[in-house]
Design a protein around this ligand. Structure first.
Ligand code: HEC
Ligand code: HEC
Length: 322
């Protein structure tokens, strides 16, 4: 019954493109180009900042720190509490307890700021839903000094780093690993952040079906629809973000990357939308009286088009970090 109602409901604006959609199991053509040849694919290796070159020892240390609750005031929370590898480095919750915003994926954040084939300056990479911080190194200090996220209430932004340095220095394992990564006597606030950032720069996923030019016919059709209905006004470039702040409703929020979006529900900065169909419904309303100039002329996928657009979005994130 519900299906009949949906199929019968033709969207008033624009002719539906979805009348002769390819079957979901139609075969993948060899080396088909991405739907918009002007949109480059994800490059293989992101650049490091000049003062934080990646080495295997540093990446291994950063990985250990990312998963270690020793970095939280009460030793219960690690970065991975809210950025879980099995949930595409999100936490699956609308928002963490006491936090106003949805946990973002850490995958491909090494490419934050990428708008075309030119590698962006990693020291200027925009971070958070409102772009308030630049670079993965600076970002890593955010949760460590946030009472709601990791610091807790027994420490302050002034006392937490001396405490963390003391804890890590008391560990022969960490002392040896910091020595290997940075040289002797190197357990410092900056080097904690550098090691974590170096690990995060390995969490990149260039080998998706989209990047390999291996879209299924349904995903290929979805990509053409995505371009045609104006989603690329903002979700543009290899990361499907212009990295700019837009006002879809109340607040100015950065266009999120759509890499891995089919695995990072719930959606939006406040985690208020549970599914992609909910997001499409949101755009139906948001485009009726568009506040943001880049929303003008945009329409949401029709019910017939939605599965193709979802197949396309899935193809942007169907690989795991190496
Ligand atoms: C309590 C949950 C929680 C913990 C713990 C946590 N994060 Fe986050 N993370 C978030 C939330 C929520 C956001 C978005 C916050 C905002 O925009 O205000 C975020 C955003 C980020 C971003 C920005 C992504 C982007 O595209 O801009 C990165 C990178 C990140 N976190 C890495 C880390 C690292 C590294 C740690 C550990 C040092 C960490 N997080 C600990 C919840 C958490
Ligand atoms: C005017 C710029 C703009 C246009 C055009 C636009 N978006 Fe967005 N998109 C955003 C912003 C900004 C957000 C975050 C809004 C928020 O958190 O409240 C967003 C969020 C999303 C999300 C949720 C991502 C997440 O991780 O939470 C999806 C999915 C999405 N958009 C898909 C689309 C589709 C499909 C279209 C075309 C119908 C589209 N967008 C058009 C700017 C835009």
């Amino acid at each position: 019954m519900v299906v009949l109602v949906l199929v019968g409901c033709v969207h008033p604006e624009g002719a539906p493109l979805g009348d002769d959609m390819p079957a979901p199991d139609a075969e993948v053509p060899d080396g088909a180009p991405p739907p918009d040849p002007a949109r480059p694919v994800l490059p293989a290796t992101p650049p490091d900042p000049a003062d934080n070159p990646r080495t295997p020892a540093k990446v291994a240390l950063g990985r250990q720190l990312f998963f270690d609750p020793i970095l939280s005031g009460d030793r219960t929370t690690s970065c991975a509490t809210c950025h879980r590898p099995e949930l595409a480095f999100t936490d699956g919750r609308p928002t963490p307890p006491g936090v106003a915003r949805n946990s973002m994926t850490v995958l491909n954040t090494a490419w934050n700021g990428l708008v075309d084939a030119t590698p962006p300056d990693p020291a200027q990479a925009p971070m958070f839903w409102d772009n308030r911080t630049r670079s993965l190194e600076a970002q890593a200090k955010g949760p460590l000094t946030s009472a709601a996220e990791m610091m807790g209430t027994h420490y302050t932004a002034q006392t937490i780093f001396p405490e963390l340095v003391a804890r890590l220095s008391a560990s022969p394992d960490y002392t040896a690993k910091f020595d290997a990564a940075f040289g002797g006597s190197s357990i410092t606030e900056d080097n904690i952040a550098r090691a974590i950032a170096a690990y995060e720069r390995t969490l990149v996923t260039p080998q998706t079906s989209f990047d390999r030019g291996q879209l299924s016919p349904l995903a290929q059709a979805g990509g053409q629809i995505f371009d045609a209905i104006g989603c690329t006004n903002c979700h543009s470039g290899p990361m499907f973000s212009d990295w700019k702040l837009h006002r879809l409703r109340g607040e100015l929020i950065r266009t999120p990357s759509l890499r891995h979006v089919t695995r990072t529900a719930p959606y939006m900065h406040d985690g208020s939308l549970a599914t992609l169909p909910n997001v499409f419904q949101f755009y139906r309303q948001a485009t009726e009286n568009p506040v943001d100039p880049d929303l003008r002329g945009v329409r949401t996928p029709t019910p017939q088009e939605a599965p193709a657009v979802e197949a396309f979005l899935a193809a942007l994130g169907d690989s795991a970090p190496p």
